[in-house]
Design a protein around this ligand. Structure first.
Ligand code: ZN
Length: 525
């Protein structure tokens, strides 16, 4: 047997996970990525990407889908014995030679082959064979031996033909064979491993067991929450930790880890290689400065010790929520600017004049002290139906850039513009009165559009955006069946095209920009 636990360290889980797991003999978790020597199961043109725990109409995917044409040969991945054909070991019960096959390898592992052909070649008649004649329960086969054909049986009837391939360890645990398939020479058109937490679509909650739960537990532990034993089992302690995390983060504390909570966790686990963005675990004088600034604003960031720990995190999150910033617990240029600090990196939207002099008395109106770097702040009059002029034109452009439909940017505040304003206000939790005063203007102007200067502080994702949010976007689009290219966190032409296609299908403005509407349709933050 040649198998090893894969301690790969993706986006989320920094080296702490490795140090905790190393040297501890634990059972393999459901969905755990493994390396395992095998012969690639499809012997012909094919492609695949990591689809373990992708969302499916009936639950979550626990295997890898290898796409290939009907009647492309399928082979044994290992020496072994056919245990089941068509889900039975009784030859009298599977006369159709169709649909599924379980191969027990000589080392006790098993391969499950599903969606085998059931059609007469060239038809979709459901009358054909998917298993090679003579391959029956009990048949001994050798690695590479032709045993079946690709098809579209079962719930693949209405989608493209494919082999659904599962790898089970000797205890029966379904592991993620993605790496094994890549190592076997498979044609991977994805991006590499999906993030084990964010990449999976399933919701983690009380009772759920798996590798993704283990990753979740490790991240929460790193953040200072107590989850009990890190064992890949979502029990009461883990639930309590999740609820505490959600409360601190302004997420409904339901103890269920869906996309919103996963995204928040991903943001927190983010580590910026340049060091420009401060996050949990950051240390040094810039953290001291951050802690002092938070304290000046009335937030309890704990002692100004230069260590970005849970207290500092809670203060940052509270500040971001209050300031209507992107709530991610990451301190990039947008948050620093809002705090009145000079950003660590030169920022195209920023200028040299520091608005910090307003920090002592700006609680009632912090929009007035930084007019120099915000083009929207020269608007003083409330804009309403019937208003005209360049301020309306800018309002319209801002609304359009966020995915709303205010009509042409003609500087005339008509009914379309009003409808768009009301929609924006509703989405933002503002009073939906269609009147554009300082609060609405601030909400419109607060969010940096695109840019790519900070990894997780953009409200609208578009070409050039980078970071964790883009990975989440790419994963979601991929789950929905759109081709986004590598899930690399870089919003490039393929992602742009996928967003436009998605928007078209959802009757959204197909502008390739991911604002509140598109996020909502995708079910992401
Ligand atoms: Zn499948």
């Amino acid at each position: 047997m040649n198998f090893r636990r894969l301690l790969f360290v993706p986006l989320l889980v920094m080296t702490l996970l490795t140090s905790v797991l190393a040297g501890v003999a634990v059972a393999v978790d459901i969905g755990e990525p493994v390396e395992y020597d095998l012969t690639f199961p499809v012997d012909g043109p094919h492609y695949f990407s990591d689809t373990f725990w992708a969302g499916r109409s009936h639950g979550f995917h626990e295997g890898q889908d290898i796409m290939a044409d009907k009647m492309v040969p399928i082979v044994a991945v290992s020496d072994g014995v056919v245990r089941l054909v068509n889900w039975t070991s009784r030859q009298s019960m599977n006369p159709d030679r169709c649909c599924s096959l379980v191969l027990r390898h000589d080392d006790g592992w098993e391969s499950w082959y599903i969606h085998l052909n059931n059609d007469t070649p060239g038809t979709d008649d459901g009358q054909g064979w998917g298993i090679v004649e003579g391959i029956t329960p009990g048949t001994r086969v050798t690695a590479g031996q032709h045993i079946a054909w690709v098809g579209d049986s079962g719930n693949a009837e209405n989608v493209a033909p494919q082999l659904h391939y599962e790898l089970h360890d000797p205890s029966g645990t379904i592991v993620n064979p993605y790496r094994a398939l890549v190592a076997a020479g498979g044609n991977d058109v994805g991006t590499g491993d999906r993030d084990p937490l964010v990449g999976g679509a399933r919701v983690l909650a009380l009772g759920v067991v798996g590798y993704d739960v283990r990753v979740l537990q490790q991240i929460l532990t790193n953040l200072g929450y107590s989850v009990g034993t890190i064992d890949g089992r979502f029990g009461a302690s883990t639930e309590a930790a999740v609820k505490a995390f959600q409360s601190a983060f302004g997420i409904t504390p339901d103890g269920r880890v869906g996309r919103t909570t996963k995204t928040a966790l991903a943001g927190l686990s983010f580590s910026d290689p340049t060091g420009d963005i401060l996050s949990v675990g950051s240390t040094g004088p810039r953290v001291v400065e951050l802690q002092d600034l938070l304290k000046e604003k009335g937030y309890d960031a704990g002692p100004s010790d230069g260590v970005f720990g849970p207290s500092t995190l809670a203060a940052v999150i509270a500040f971001q929520k209050a300031e209507r910033l992107w709530v991610d617990g990451l301190v990039g240029s947008a948050t620093l600017r809002a705090l009145g600090a000079a950003p660590a990196v030169s920022d195209p939207g920023d200028d040299a004049s520091d608005p910090g002099d307003g920090s002592s008395d700006d609680s009632s109106d912090d929009g007035s002290d930084d007019a120099s770097d915000d083009t929207t702040n020269d608007v003083v009059e409330t804009l309403r139906l019937g208003s005209r002029g360049p301020a309306v034109e800018e309002l319209q452009a801002l609304l359009a850039s966020k995915g709303y439909r205010p009509g042409p940017s003609d500087g005339v505040f008509g009914t379309k513009t009003r409808t768009a304003v009301v929609a924006f206000q509703t989405d933002e939790g503002l009073t939906s009165d269609g009147l554009v005063g300082p609060a609405t203007m601030k909400a419109l102007g607060d969010a940096p559009v695109s840019g790519g200067d900070s990894t997780a502080s953009t409200d609208i994702l578009s070409t050039g955006s980078r970071g964790v949010q883009v990975v989440v976007l790419q994963d979601r689009l991929s789950d929905e069946g759109y081709k986004v290219g590598p899930h690399d966190g870089v919003f490039g032409p393929l992602t742009h095209a996928a967003v436009i296609a998605f928007q078209r299908n959802k009757n959204l403005v197909p502008d390739g920009k991911v604002g509140p509407r598109t996020r909502g349709a995708l079910g992401i933050l």
